[in-house]
Write a protein that binds this ligand. Structure first.
Ligand code: 13P
Length: 249
């Protein structure tokens, strides 16, 4: 973390929740009072209205987990950036490894999604990260560089406005966390790559994701280039999510 970048902690609810369950979680988040990190939740599409309503007049932001590259039209099942903006979304996650893996999203599609989000005033949280096989083959650097490079080329001068999340695929939902040193090493690479493309690289927030919990958040967030986290499982419990937000102090 640096003193010039405000830490950011984002909950990725993935495909979890119901009206009743969300109600309790959102109320607990709203009741938390001031937090040292900016906080936001990225919820399933049907619950955007609920998040917008419950979190209005709170400092906690909300957003979605995917966006269509299309503006409108005959794209059954898709949700446009304008629709997300209509519900006050501040963030949208793009290129999560679960979408790359299960929905065949390519680096270019992810980059295009980041671009349409920015065009509607929504900050894309662009996810990058290697699989275990890629790490073991020594390909981590090449993989994350390739993933980020597509976004840098597509966004051009706007690249400084996005958030990047480094999520090693082998650490997601597994209870395995990258060591602070492993995570910092990748974050430093990403920031160097961004610095070559944008004068804003020093102000950009780079999040770590992958089994972040209340007990490991502080040491991860203490790394020089880790500016917060993208939280899966622990974001579903208000107490844990808030503890992680407080670890950014
Ligand atoms: O995928 C993640 C956040 O986007 C991380 O999930 P977990 O925190 O459950 O490992």
């Amino acid at each position: 973390m640096s003193e010039t970048r405000q830490p950011l902690v984002v909950g990725n609810w993935k495909m979890h929740g119901s009206h009743a369950v969300n109600e309790q979680l959102l109320e607990a988040l709203k009741a938390a009072g001031p937090l040292p990190a900016e906080a936001a939740v990225c919820v399933p599409f049907p619950y955007l209205a609920q998040a917008a309503e419950r979190l209005a007049r709170s400092p906690i932001g909300w957003g979605a987990q995917d966006v269509s590259v299309h503006a409108q039209g005959a794209y059954t099942g898709e949700v446009s950036a304008a629709m997300l903006a209509d519900f006050g979304s501040r963030y949208v996650i793009v290129g999560h490894s679960e979408r790359r893996q299960y929905h065949g999203e390519t680096d270019q599609l992810v980059a295009d999604k980041a671009k349409v989000a920015l065009a509607k005033g929504i900050t894309p949280i662009v996810c990058v990260g290697e699989t275990l096989a890629q790490r073991e083959a020594g390909e981590t650097e090449a993989v994350v560089k390739r993933q980020l490079s597509a976004v840098i080329h597509t966004l051009g001068p706007c690249v400084g406005e996005m958030v990047v999340a480094y999520e090693p695929v082998w650490a997601i939902g597994t209870g395995l966390t990258a060591t602070p040193e492993q995570a910092q090493a990748v974050h430093a690479l990403l920031r160097a790559q961004l610095a070559a493309a944008s004068p804003r690289a020093g102000q950009m927030r780079l999040l770590y994701g992958g089994s972040v919990k209340p007990d490991n958040a502080k040491v991860l967030f203490a790394q020089a280039d880790i500016d917060g986290g993208l939280i899966g499982g622990a974001a579903l419990k208000a107490e844990d999510f808030l503890a992680i937000c407080r670890a950014a102090a």
